[in-house]
Design a protein around this ligand. Structure first.
Ligand SMILES: Cc1ncc(COP(=O)(O)O)c(C=O)c1O
Ligand SMILES: C[C@@H](O)[C@H](N)C(=O)O
Length: 365
């Protein structure tokens, strides 16, 4: 990448974020002398207690290294090989995890559903569940519902919607999984407690994302339904997700929830996203595809404009010809957002000029 492009703000993903200074200090602090392996260290032994306090109920916590592992192993623990999982048609478990859930469940089927604002709509779910081929041997049998909070398009489920989805799941004895890759961003948006956004609304198992929000490849699975703990523990080991030097992931996760750090970091990302989204929405020929409720912005603009932005080296993800995705991080700034707004303004103005030709490669996601 040329030097000019390197100087541009990077809103490609929260996955490009550095590790937050607080988390680096926690790693440094844990890096002293030998420590027991595979979760028997002093940091890992504190996880259940500290997370049970955070979630105001008994939970069991398993550090994992990726969100995909968290999702696939969570679902594998509550879904039979001949089972089915309801998820939104834009769900990450269906669109971007290489079939991990299908693999780790032993072949479960993802039943994708439409839904406005990129969220599962309870009436649509209820209709699908009610009309499922229950007991029909040649059809996958529903076992779970998976929702993403905040969603893949940066929208956030209101508590009442989660509770309604939880009720539908419970009525049909389905497990409810939450992909919380951007969990803290959702919490900040709602201003609610972790308990209210999970188990109180019926969530049985949570992919607790932290990597996008400041940790170093340290995510976790938080289990509310304690019947899932034992089978999950075996699945984690056989999947290579029981780290020998678990102290480093555990030290990070403890620091991440200490003194509301997770909320402080997410709040910074959400605030910059709101600023960037408002600035883009005010531009001619630019429309937001979804409300900005977390740290992601999806905007529709002329394909030529996106090509120009790519040609200039701006880092972003793309959804088709005319939709661009920007993701704000805990270390993003409003100044960087203003720079992107100015670049988009010029790109759109330039792209509407007749005869504009660019050889930019459009960058798919
Ligand atoms: C909504 C969502 N869920 C899950 C994941 C998977 O996380 P990872 O890339 O760490 O496997 C991502 C990706 O970053 C994501 O955006
Ligand atoms: C690309 C996608 O898989 C990743 N989760 C991101 O949001 O950047």
């Amino acid at each position: 990448m040329n030097k000019a492009a390197q100087a541009l703000p990077n809103f490609r993903s929260d996955n490009v974020a550095p590790v937050s200074p607080e988390i680096m200090r926690a790693i440094e602090e844990a890096n002293r002398g030998p420590a027991a392996a595979y979760g028997d260290d002093d940091y890992s032994k504190l996880l259940n207690q500290r997370f049970s306090t955070l979630f105001e109920t008994e939970v069991t916590v398993f550090p994992v290294s990726t969100g995909t592992a968290a999702n696939a192993l969570s679902l594998a623990t509550c879904v039979r090989p001949y089972g089915a999982i309801y998820c939104h048609k834009e769900a990450h478990i269906d669109t971007a995890e290489g079939g991990a859930t299908e693999a780790f469940t032993g072949g479960a089927k993802l039943l994708t559903l439409p839904g406005r604002h990129f969220r599962i709509e309870p009436p649509i779910l209820r209709e699908a569940v009610t009309g499922a081929a229950w007991g029909v041997r040649n059809r996958a049998q529903p076992d779970a519902v998976s929702i993403t909070q905040a969603s893949e398009y940066g929208t956030v489920y209101p508590l009442a919607e989660i509770a309604e989805i939880g009720e539908i799941a419970r009525d049909k004895n389905l497990s409810l999984h939450m992909d919380g890759a951007r969990f803290a961003n959702g919490l900040v948006r709602l201003g609610c407690s972790p308990a209210d956004m999970t188990w109180r609304a019926g969530v049985d198992i949570l992919s607790f994302g932290a990597t996008k929000n400041g940790t170093m490849s340290a995510d976790a699975i938080v289990v509310f339904d304690q019947d899932l703990v034992e089978p999950l523990s075996y699945r984690l080991r056989r999947a290579g997700q029981t780290a020998s030097k678990m102290r480093y992931a555990s030290a990070q996760l403890l620091a991440y929830i200490e003194d509301r750090l997770h909320l402080r970091l997410a709040a910074k990302a959400n605030a910059v996203a709101a600023h960037l989204g408002a600035g883009l929405a005010a531009l001619p020929d630019v429309q937001l595809v979804a409300p900005v409720e977390a740290n992601l912005i999806f905007a529709k603009l002329p394909a030529l404009a996106i090509n120009r932005l790519a040609a200039n080296g701006l880092q972003f993800a793309r959804r088709g010809d005319e939709v661009i995705r920007f993701v704000a991080r805990f270390d993003s700034t409003e100044q960087e957002a203003d720079e992107v707004i100015a670049l988009v303004r010029r790109a759109v103005a330039g792209s509407t000029t007749v005869g504009v030709t660019t050889s930019a490669t459009s960058r798919q996601k």
